[in-house]
Design a protein around this ligand. Structure first.
Ligand SMILES: *[C@@H]1O[C@H](CO)[C@@H](O)[C@H](O)[C@H]1NC(C)=O
Length: 316
C-alpha cells in the first residue's frame, strides 16, 4: 500500500466516523427532545400527596413514547440505508460472531446517577426479550447487559453539557449522593409497558406502587449537585430501563415483509413481549453514582467507576 492510499483511507475513515457521530448525536437529540417535552419546572416541586398525578404523568409519557414509532417511522432502518459504507456497524463490530461495541473515551467522563435493578428482576426480563427478538434479529440487535439494568435519574455531567470535575469534587459529589440515598425509600415498581422508539431503543416504562417517587429523587439529587446541567436528559417523572437496541432490519427470511409491513411486524413483537412481561413487579433498593469513562459505558459495557449506595429510607 502506498503512503497516499493510506492517507486517503485514513481520511475516508475520519469522514465515516464523523458522520456516524453526527447521526448518533441527532438520534439522541430527537429522543431527548421527545422526553423533555412538558417536563419543565417539575424538579423544583417535589411530590407530596401527588402520587396519582405522577402516575398519570408517567402513563401519558409512555403513551407518547409508544406513538413515536408510528409518528416518526423506524429511523434506525433509514440510517442503515444512507450508504452501504455508513451503517451502525461503524459503532458496533462483529467479533467471534457476536456484536461488540467500538468504545470511545468520554472526555470529561459522564457522571450519572441511576437506580439499579437487581439481576433477580433483570434476568427474567432479559430472557423474555431475547426469546422474542433473537430469532428475528440475529446479529442486528444489541442487548443491554442484564447485570447493568438501570433507571437513569440525574446527571452531574452529560455529553451535551459537560461539567468537568476534579477527583476531590467527584468524591464530594459521591458522598452527597450517598446522603440522598440514605433518605430514599426502596421503590416497589411495576412494568407499565414495553415501548420501541423510532431510534430502535426497546425500553420498559415503569410505575411506582410505593417508595420514593422519581420526581422527589431527582429533586433531591439536583439539590445536592448544584453544578449539574440545568437541562437534564429525561422527563423528571420517567422511570425507564433500556432492554435492547435494534441495529437493523429483521432477517428477510423470517418475515418476507414489504417495507410498509415492517412497522406492523415491530408492533407485533412488542405486543408479544408486553403480553409476557407487562405487570412484572420489582423492588429497587440501590442508587449508583457512575463515572462513565467511555461514551455510553453503562449501555455498552464500557469503562466505568461505580459508587453503589443502598437506599436507607431514614427520616433525616
Ligand atoms: C455484563 O456486566 C458484568 C458486570 O459489569 C460483566 O462482568 C460482564 O462481563 C458483562 N457481560 C458482557 C457480555 O459484557
Amino acid at each position: 500500500m502506498t503512503g497516499r492510499t493510506a492517507t486517503f483511507n485514513c481520511w475516508n475513515r475520519y469522514k465515516k466516523v464523523a458522520f456516524i457521530w453526527f447521526i448518533s448525536a441527532f438520534c439522541f437529540y430527537v429522543l431527548f427532545q421527545m422526553l423533555l417535552h412538558n417536563s419543565s419546572n417539575t424538579l423544583s416541586s417535589p411530590s407530596s400527596d401527588s402520587s396519582n398525578l405522577n402516575t398519570e404523568r408517567r402513563s401519558k409519557l409512555y403513551d407518547k413514547m409508544a406513538r413515536d414509532l408510528d409518528e416518526h417511522g423506524a429511523a434506525f432502518l433509514k440510517h442503515g440505508e444512507t450508504s452501504q459504507s455508513l451503517t451502525i456497524w461503524d459503532i458496533f463490530t462483529l467479533k467471534d460472531g457476536s456484536v461488540t461495541p467500538v468504545l470511545k473515551p468520554a472526555t470529561p467522563p459522564v457522571r450519572a446517577n441511576v437506580l439499579y435493578l437487581n439481576s433477580e428482576f433483570s434476568v427474567p426480563i432479559a430472557d423474555a426479550v431475547k426469546n422474542i427478538f433473537n430469532p428475528y434479529f440475529d446479529k442486528a440487535i444489541w442487548f443491554q447487559n442484564s447485570s447493568m439494568y438501570h433507571f437513569s435519574m440525574f446527571h452531574a455531567s452529560h455529553h451535551i453539557v459537560p461539567v468537568p470535575a476534579t477527583k476531590e469534587e467527584i468524591e464530594a459529589e459521591a458522598s452527597s449522593v450517598q446522603t440522598v440515598a440514605a433518605r430514599i425509600c426502596p421503590l416497589n415498581i411495576v412494568l407499565d409497558r414495553v415501548v420501541l422508539t423510532s431510534t430502535g431503543v426497546l425500553l420498559g416504562g415503569w410505575q411506582v406502587i410505593s417508595g420514593t417517587d422519581p420526581i422527589t429523587i431527582r429533586a433531591r439529587l439536583k439539590n445536592v449537585l448544584p453544578h449539574a446541567p440545568e437541562k437534564q436528559l429525561y422527563d423528571a417523572a420517567i422511570l425507564h430501563t433500556t432492554f435492547a437496541r435494534l441495529l437493523g432490519p429483521p432477517r428477510a427470511s423470517s418475515t418476507e415483509l414489504k417495507t410498509s409491513d415492517e412497522l406492523q411486524f415491530f408492533h407485533e413483537l412488542v405486543n408479544r413481549l408486553n403480553s409476557q412481561i407487562r405487570g412484572f413487579k420489582a423492588v429497587v433498593s440501590e442508587l449508583w453514582y457512575v463515572e462513565e469513562h467511555d461514551v455510553l459505558a453503562l449501555a455498552l459495557n464500557g469503562k466505568m467507576n461505580i459508587h453503589k449506595f443502598k437506599l436507607g429510607c431514614s427520616r433525616d
